[in-house]
Design a protein around this ligand. Sequence first.
Ligand code: ADP
Ligand code: MG
Length: 394
Amino acid sequence: MNKKTIKDIAVAGKKVFVRVDYNVPMDKSGNITDDTRIRATLPTLNYLLDQGAAVILASHLGRPKGAPVPEFSLAPVGKKLSDLIGKPVLFSPDCIGSDAKAMAAELQPGQLLLLENLRFHKEEEKNGESFSAELASLAEVAVNDAFGVSHRAHASVEGITRFLPAVAGFLMEKEINFVGGAVANPSHPFVAIIGGAKVSDKIGVIENLLQKVDTLIIGGGMANTFIAAQGFATGKSLVEADKLDLARSLIGQAKEKGVNLLLPSDVVIADRFAADAKYKTVSIDAISEEWMALDIGPASQKTFAQALSSAKMVVWNGPMGVFEMDAFAKGTEAVAHAVAASGAVSIVGGGDSIAALEKTGLASQISHISTGGGASLEYLEGKVLPGIAALADR
Ligand code: ADP
Ligand code: MG
């Protein structure tokens, strides 16, 4: 990796500003329903504290639209973090201003201070210069461990790096190594699996990965548009009529580049979009008029699994079918098993893909689960993420 991490700089005795992603789900009474994002930062925090840094934490939560909204306070997150890390977590009722300044100034090595929600100030998302300077004035070093917001040039992500030396935390380092590594320097055979609802969500990813992969597998709802583009009837399947030319052009590009493009050869069709719909497996040239394709069929599963068996690197984004309904989850399950069994370096991204993977119980067999939805997609598109670009080079 060409970016500096917290291991490349001296942090002992320093005030260290750490941008984390504590945008956790909460129920109506403000209880945190999933603390994965908090737990995921513990290695970075424990390392900094062990080194003798005074750690100042900053995050956003929800969409308060630039003004204080009590239900989006990070105070409950501070309590949860304190339980998880087994240390007191001080809390500043604003992320800038005199209280934050005084608390940061008094913070001792080995202590933690959590700042209130950054997005209570509209300057955070606008990347305001003076707001960035105020955040920077609290600390001597900036650490980015919030990959999920690194595709945004926000004050705590990008602005602050104009005032402080900035390095990656351990979570960020993992995203750069795996996702960045797959895009910049993949091992071969490199297989990408792209699925999910719509082609239009993932055009950039498909176009970029077409330049890098040996095999591109397309499944899920978006495969229907490719099936229609080949001239087959698709009944009531989800098809993007305005993307048929694009699909044909992508098929052409794959041919030109010698990429092995694998589309479904059979699908599971249903008589309606429901968990208890009538369903059957058919070849893609036999999709009945009133029916819709909701999953890939067993022949496609077999072809996809075979391509995956020799892969050295796999990137997977998007389920193969409507995995939320058991009858249409088999394609996604089969692909999850094939990825796990391949022994390849495997990277899975996308909220629904991760949910589907977790349902199969195979998540622990995946090399890297990329956490940031939008950031992950933009990274796979080959875009420069401002929050990563702003980190110090090695
Ligand atoms: P991710 O969140 O992993 O990026 P997407 O959001 O792009 O994935 O797509 C996931 C959604 O696509 C799921 O809700 C799934 O039900 C839907 N989907 C998959 N296959 C089909 C299909 N054949 N028809 C309709 N919807 C589908
Ligand atoms: Mg999704």
